[in-house]
Design a protein around this ligand. Structure first.
Ligand SMILES: *[C@@H]1O[C@H](CO)[C@@H](O)[C@H](O)[C@H]1NC(C)=O
Ligand SMILES: *[C@@H]1O[C@H](CO)[C@@H](O)[C@H](O)[C@H]1NC(C)=O
Ligand SMILES: *[C@@H]1O[C@H](CO)[C@@H](O)[C@H](O)[C@H]1NC(C)=O
Ligand SMILES: *[C@@H]1O[C@H](CO)[C@@H](O)[C@H](O)[C@H]1NC(C)=O
Ligand SMILES: *[C@@H]1O[C@H](CO)[C@@H](O)[C@H](O)[C@H]1NC(C)=O
Ligand SMILES: *[C@@H]1O[C@H](CO)[C@@H](O)[C@H](O)[C@H]1NC(C)=O
Ligand SMILES: *[C@@H]1O[C@H](CO)[C@@H](O)[C@H](O)[C@H]1NC(C)=O
Length: 587
């Protein structure tokens, strides 16, 4: 042992460290101090006695009010709780672990005040959970079934052990999210994901108390959604018969979302990003199937910002005939009150490639007027179905092609930001719109895997280059879990302005992702956003960012997600978990 003489000092320092953690843990639980770990961290979690654990009775049961979705969730959690047998990587340092059956917990009793409240934006997700130190019944109380589901998740994370199950006891939790909209966007057009991949993703979202699956279903590359009124769009525009979503698949996904407290928010991107529509209806799509950026033209004259060209033609009446059928089908398939209509990245060169548009422009028309015609003909139709329309920020903020605010009624429109970090969030809320934050500088999960273009000379470098530093992709570098965790989506906003921010979404665009890498790209980085939007990224008492203790907790949570069947990537060597604090930097 070459460094034998150093060891006693390390042990001394380490025992002091442990002692400190034990003292700190008496007041508030779940801070990473005693190994009791709930992710995302609850707003308030405190011990009513000294930190302790009791046996979870082998006949443990959950008593739930009868409700189609909550009863199903309760059964699911009961099964998870009884079979998971999580073994914490750091043994919880509790004052009292009682394995006597006299103090075993027999029942989790759920009370819900309002069983009829549907799952919708802003629904009350508050819950309280009391686990007694010396009685056999724990209480979970919530205003809605959706809040009760959040509480079930918390309870499941307070149980561990093998062969006996232990449950943290003498514990009180009050919990409620800071932001109502905690979402994940997945693009199923550029590469296809099976229904099971989507279900697994929704399930993992519910583990992380997230509540919106933003499904970017269609784009220029493929149209995988089979629509009853417009079956040709998928028949001809999908990647193939085995790469489609049938109405039954959608129903399954929406219902699965409901049993997990996750809304499924569909996006049909248009008028840009619609090349795949041309397989069925070439007459309504401009510049379809062209080489995206011809050698002889400069960037301003490109037809698309990436390979895969095509925009719907706002001047062709048939465009609206098809689109109205699509909207009809979407509102029938998705009960969700938000309808994402896209409207990002109108590329002038694509519209200018069309002869009817050329005459419109040469008669004094503008590209922005074309977009106004499109929005003015579709938004009212979507609103007619009592939907709130979500658009990407471009529709208002794009430098070249945008619409006047009068086309975007504020009570019916939400804008999702993705450029210029906090600056555009401020522009959106200052213009009077509610915002969903997906800033690509912080929340894009696909960045940093290189660019996907072939024949790309930027990689032919024998000297280090800047593109190597940013990972070669437009939004590089890779967004680490810390980048995501530390971002404040209301940065630079006044209290009034901040109220207009509904929440955030991390986004996985799928140029370089498919089912094989889905879990690794999403988890645990998406968990980082989930905690920040649920309970914040700061210590409640000091207001200081809590990324140091979050590291240990996220590590533990990652292992727990893996044992629940999620292919989440590691964030540190195992050694760091076994030696808490030792892998930190103190500089
Ligand atoms: C542990 O809990 C049991 C049962 O409540 C109690 O009898 C015992 O005194 C406790 N031990 C400590 C060290 O607090
Ligand atoms: C649970 O609720 C019951 C009935 O309201 C109450 O008697 C009991 O004390 C509660 N237990 C805890 C641990 O809060
Ligand atoms: C949510 O429900 C709880 C009771 O469970 C209540 O105290 C709270 O005021 C409700 N929150 C809102 C925003 O209505
Ligand atoms: C690129 O094309 C635009 C529009 O035709 C033109 O204004 C601009 O000067 C061109 N830029 C270069 C570098 O050729
Ligand atoms: C319209 O949507 C709102 C909010 O989702 C809902 O409260 C209301 O009942 C709906 N109205 C109709 C007529 O469906
Ligand atoms: C945001 O605005 C500030 C102040 O105008 C500017 O310095 C900064 O570069 C902008 N950031 C981005 C990402 O555009
Ligand atoms: C590769 O790019 C060069 C310009 O850098 C171009 O001249 C050539 O035609 C391209 N080759 C292919 C196969 O696309």
């Amino acid at each position: 042992m070459p460094h034998g003489s150093v060891i006693p000092a390390i042990i001394l320092i380490f025992s002091l460290f442990i002692l400190q953690l034990c003292i700190a843990s008496v007041a508030s639980a779940g801070g990473g101090g005693n190994g009791i770990n709930v992710w995302p961290k609850p707003r308030i979690m405190s011990w009513t006695t000294q930190p302790r654990a009791n046996l979870l009775s082998p006949s443990f049961a959950i008593s739930s009010p009868k409700h189609f979705y909550l009863s199903s969730a309760a059964n699911r959690y009961l099964k998870l709780i009884k079979t998971e047998h999580h073994q914490p990587l750091v043994t919880p340092s509790l004052i009292n672990i009682t394995t006597s059956s006299s103090s075993a917990l027999h029942t989790l009793f759920i009370t819900v005040e309002s069983l009829l409240t549907p799952l919708q934006h802003g629904v009350n997700e508050t819950y309280t959970l009391s686990i007694p130190a010396d009685a056999s019944i724990a209480n979970l109380t919530a205003h809605t079934v959706w809040g009760a589901m959040r509480g079930l998740e918390t309870f499941s994370q307070l149980v561990w052990g093998k062969p006996n199950l232990l449950v943290a006891s003498g514990l009180y939790v009050w919990d409620s999210p800071l932001f109502a909209h905690r979402g994940l966007m997945v693009d199923t057009s550029r590469n296809y994901y099976g229904v099971d991949d989507i279900l697994r993703t929704i399930k993992t979202m519910s583990f992380n108390k997230m509540n919106v699956f933003h499904w970017h279903i269609t784009d220029s590359h493929s149209f995988p959604l089979v629509l009853p009124s417009e079956p040709d769009l998928a028949a001809k525009g999908s990647y193939g018969h085995d790469m489609q979503y049938s109405p039954n698949d959608v129903k399954k996904i929406v219902e699965f979302g409901l049993t997990h407290g996750v809304r499924v928010l569909p996006e049909i991107d248009s008028p840009g990003h619609t090349g795949s529509w041309a397989e069925a209806y070439p007459e309504i799509v401009t510049c379809a199937n062209k080489f995206w950026w011809p050698a002889e033209s400069n960037w301003t004259n490109r037809l698309a910002s990436e390979p895969g060209t095509g925009h719907l033609n706002p001047l062709n009446p048939k465009t609206y005939k098809i689109l109205k059928n699509v909207i009809n089908d979407i509102v029938n398939l998705f009960p969700e009150a938000f309808y994402h209509a896209g409207a990002d990245e109108i590329i002038p060169g694509c519209w200018k490639a069309d002869s009817t548009i050329q005459s419109f422009l040469s008669n004094g028309g503008t590209l922005s007027q074309l977009l106004e015609k499109f929005v003015g003909s579709t938004l009212p139709y979507i609103v007619f179905f009592n939907r709130t329309v979500v658009y990407w920020e471009d529709v208002l903020l794009d430098d070249n092609v945008n619409v006047r605010p009068s086309f975007l009624p504020k009570e019916h429109t939400i804008l999702q930001t993705w450029n210029n970090g906090a600056n555009n969030t401020k522009r959106i809320v200052d213009a009077g719109y509610r915002a969903i934050v997906s800033s690509s500088e912080f929340y894009y999960l696909d960045c940093g895997h290189g660019d996907f273009l072939g024949n790309d000379s930027q990689y032919d470098q024998l000297q280090p280059s800047s593109s190597a530093n940013n990972g070669g992709s437009w939004c590089g570098p890779f967004k680490t879990w810390q980048t995501i965790y530390d971002y404040d989506i209301t940065y630079g906003l006044s209290e009034e302005e901040a109220k207009m921010v509904l929440g955030g979404e991390v986004a996985l665009w799928s140029e370089q992702a498919d089912p094989k890498v889905l879990d690794v790209r999403l988890w645990p980085r998406t968990s980082a956003m989930a905690e920040t939007l649920w309970s914040g990224n700061r210590d409640e008492e000091t207001g200081i960012k809590r990324y140091a203790q979050a590291t240990d907790r996220l590590n533990e949570w990652r292992y727990r997600m893996v044992s629940r069947g999620v292919g989440a990537e590691p964030i540190q060597p195992l050694w760091c978990l076994r030696n808490p604090g030792m892998c930190n930097t103190a500089h």
